[in-house]
Design a protein around this ligand. Structure first.
Ligand SMILES: [Zn+2]
Length: 216
C-alpha cells in the first residue's frame, strides 16, 4: 500500500495533478507559422493550387522512419538525429498523403555555422530517405513563375504516384527485397477486401512502409 501511495505522489508531482488546471502555463499561439512562413505559405498555396496537400512544420520523426536495416544497438543514434528536427513544409499526394517533396524556407539564420552544419545533416538524412528537400530563400516577395517551375516536376510525380499501378507480381521462392527499404520482404496474407486469403510479399517495416509485391 505504501508503495502504491508513493507511486501516486510521484505521478502527481510529474503531471502536476495537485495544481489547478486553470493555472497550468499553457497558451495558444496566435499562429502556427511565423510571418515569413505565412507569406511563403500563401504563395505556395496559390502555386500548387490544391494539387497537393501542404503540411507545415512536420517533425522528421513523423515523416521518416528508421528501417530495420540498422543494427538494433544503433537505433537511438539514428533516432536522435531526427527526434528534435522539423522541416518547414511537406507537400503530400492528396489521396494517400504520401510525401512528395519537403521544403525548407531558408532565412538568414541558415548562414550561421551551427545552422549550416545542421542543414548539411538534414540534407544527408533526406538523401538517405529518398525524399527530395528543396531549400528556398526567404524573401519579401516571390517570383511565382520561378516557384511554379521549381515545383512542376514534383507535382507531376505526385500525379504519377496517385495513378501508379501495384508492382508487377514476382514468381520466385525467395522473398524479394523491398524496393524502398532494400531489406527482404515477408509473406503475408490479405485478411480483407477483394483479395482476402491471397498471399503477397509485404515489407517487414510495415506499417511504416506499405510496399507490396504480388505473388503469382
Ligand atoms: Zn519497405
Amino acid at each position: 500500500m505504501t508503495t502504491n501511495k508513493g507511486c501516486l505522489e510521484l505521478i502527481k508531482s510529474l503531471f502536476g495533478a495537485a495544481e489547478p488546471v486553470a493555472e497550468w502555463p499553457y497558451s495558444m499561439k496566435d499562429s502556427l507559422l511565423s510571418p515569413t512562413e505565412i507569406s511563403f505559405y500563401h504563395v505556395l498555396a496559390s502555386t500548387v493550387n490544391e494539387q497537393v496537400v501542404i503540411c507545415p512544420k512536420v517533425g522528421l520523426k513523423d515523416l521518416l522512419f528508421i528501417t530495420k536495416r540498422y543494427k538494433s544497438r544503433d537505433y537511438y543514434k539514428y533516432f536522435g538525429r531526427i527526434s528534435q528536427k522539423h522541416v518547414d513544409f511537406v507537400l503530400c499526394e492528396p489521396k494517400s498523403m504520401q510525401p512528395i517533396v519537403a521544403i525548407e524556407l531558408d532565412d538568414r539564420s541558415h548562414d550561421k555555422t551551427s545552422r549550416s552544419k545542421r542543414d548539411a545533416v538534414v540534407d544527408q538524412i533526406f538523401s538517405a530517405a529518398g525524399l527530395p528537400l528543396l531549400r528556398i530563400a526567404a524573401a519579401k516577395t516571390y517570383n511565382t513563375s520561378e516557384l511554379t517551375a521549381i515545383l512542376a516536376p514534383y507535382l507531376q510525380r505526385g500525379k504519377a504516384q496517385s495513378a501508379a499501378p501495384a508492382a508487377a507480381p514476382v514468381d520466385q521462392s525467395s522473398p524479394p527485397n523491398c524496393p524502398r527499404c532494400g531489406i527482404p520482404m515477408v509473406v503475408r496474407t490479405a485478411t480483407k477486401g477483394a483479395n482476402a486469403g491471397q498471399q503477397f510479399y509485404g515489407c517487414s517495416n510495415y506499417p511504416d512502409c506499405r510496399e507490396i509485391v504480388r505473388i503469382e
